[in-house]
Design a binder for this molecule. Structure first.
Ligand code: SAH
Ligand code: SF4
Length: 396
């Protein structure tokens, strides 16, 4: 007998707006305040696992809600702590078997600053961009996440916070390219802003992109929604073609121009991220190329030592090299910070845990990949552009 296709699971409740939930209740002759009751319960961090747990809802109504929607769309398969419990990575399993990750980072209060709790979330399962230093890039693209799947990572983290803690920052720096799933990312950000849900201000939300220019332009037209971070990694096309393959579609000057325009029109500083890879993108010439690209812009540069990923020939730049790079950027009048890596031992860089669970590729494939990367970065250092194609799927 032929396999019957599995029915799609019901949609996740967190993906519904309050207006949509209200319509659902009203269609059943229920008052609008029921929607608010459900939203409050969803975002309370409580231990409910389905609507039937809510004492505020009449039983038959809760049963109907549980039949129509899922209370959560993520099953937390593993929670792994590092940095003495300050960093916590969660592997979430989705209904179709896809695995995604989120990372909770606790920053204790210092004399000048309150405690912060930052959650890094995923926007896609896998990623089509294929940056070679990134474990998610190596996995390839699986699918876009739904709005509920994005938001349920946040609800899962709220449920794991200790008493007195609250999420102060959300960064879309987990798996996936958020600007290739922009509608759902925007819906999620609106929910995170909503005072009935997380109530987090746009200033406390950061979305990181590898440089999808049409997405950046669309955001500029919408006005400030969140802090925009650009994963720049190299100011020269030859090297950026290798490190961020969609550079072959949108070259670095176009990315910087779109980001500059965004900063001017929104009045908000753009962050530029550089994953520092020893002997690859950390030379004086690279620092100067980046400084020239960003000189005079409303910009901030973050230098992040590369987290070692199994299947590359590369490692983090040594700290003195990173400091020297930083001083050249600073000398051009551009603010720069060096970010310490969190959770290195649990593979907290994007996609590392999911990649491990997916199983290692065969040894010859890994060796071949390393060789190709070494050759490609050597060519790039000589200034030769790559003739590799634009990755499939980045045009969506
Ligand atoms: N796709 C988006 C957002 C997710 S990646 C983007 O690329 O911006 C979030 C950040 O993690 C990016 O700046 C990315 O370059 C960085 N990253 C990926 N792999 C890394 C690694 N092995 N070490 C350090 N940073 C890494
Ligand atoms: Fe995708 Fe970002 Fe990883 Fe590049 S760094 S492969 S864009 S998730």
């Amino acid at each position: 007998m032929a396999d019957r296709p599995m029915a799609d699971p019901p949609p996740g409740l967190s993906g519904l707006s309050t207006a949509e939930l209200t319509t659902w209740f009203e269609a059943r002759g229920e008052p609008a305040y029921r929607a608010r009751q459900v939203v409050t319960a969803l975002w309370s961090g409580g231990t409910s696992t389905h609507a039937g747990d809510l004492t505020t809802l009449p039983r038959p109504l809760a049963a109907a809600l549980d039949e129509a929607f899922r209370w959560t769309t993520v099953a937390d398969e593993a929670v792994i702590a590092s940095d003495g419990g300050q960093t916590e990575k969660t592997l979430h399993r989705l209904s179709d078997g896809a695995a995604i990750e989120s990372v909770l980072m606790r920053y204790p209060a210092t004399s000048g600053r309150r405690a912060r709790h930052t959650l890094c979330i995923s926007s896609q399962a896998g990623c089509a961009v294929g940056c070679p230093f990134c474990a998610t890039g190596e996995l390839g693209f699986e699918r876009d996440l739904t709005t509920a799947e994005i938001l349920d990572q946040v609800r899962s983290a709220i449920g794991r916070l200790h008493p007195g803690e609250r999420l102060t920052n959300i960064v879309f720096m987990g798996m996936g390219e958020p600007l290739l799933n922009l509608d759902r990312v925007l819906e999620s950000v609106a929910a995170l802003n909503d005072s009935d849900r997380l109530g987090l201000g746009a200033r406390h939300i950061t979305v990181s992109t590898s440089g999808v220019v049409p997405g950046i332009r669309r955001l500029t037209a919408l006005g400030p929604q969140f802090t925009l971070a650009i994963s720049i990694h190299a100011g020269r096309d030859a090297l950026r073609d290798v490190l961020v393959p969609l550079n072959r579609r949108w070259p670095v000057a176009e990315v910087a121009a779109a980001a500059r325009d965004h900063a001017r029109k929104t009045g908000r500083r753009v962050s530029y991220e550089v994953t520092m890879i020893g002997g690859v993108n950390d030379t004086d010439a690279d620092a100067d190329a980046l400084a020239n690209l960003l000189r005079g812009d409303l910009a901030h540069v973050n230098l992040i030592p590369m987290n070692p990923v199994a299947h590359t020939p590369w490692n983090a730049s040594p700290m003195p090299v990173i400091e020297r790079f930083a001083s050249r950027i600073r000398a051009a009048g551009i603010p720069v910070t060096i970010r310490r890596n969190r959770g290195v031992e649990i593979g907290a860089a994007c996609g590392q845990l999911a990649a491990e669970r997916a199983g290692a590729p065969a040894a010859p494939a890994v060796a071949w990949r390393r060789q190709r990367l070494e050759a490609a970065s050597a060519r790039a250092l000589r200034g030769e552009r790559s003739d590799e194609p634009v990755p499939a799927g980045v045009e969506a």
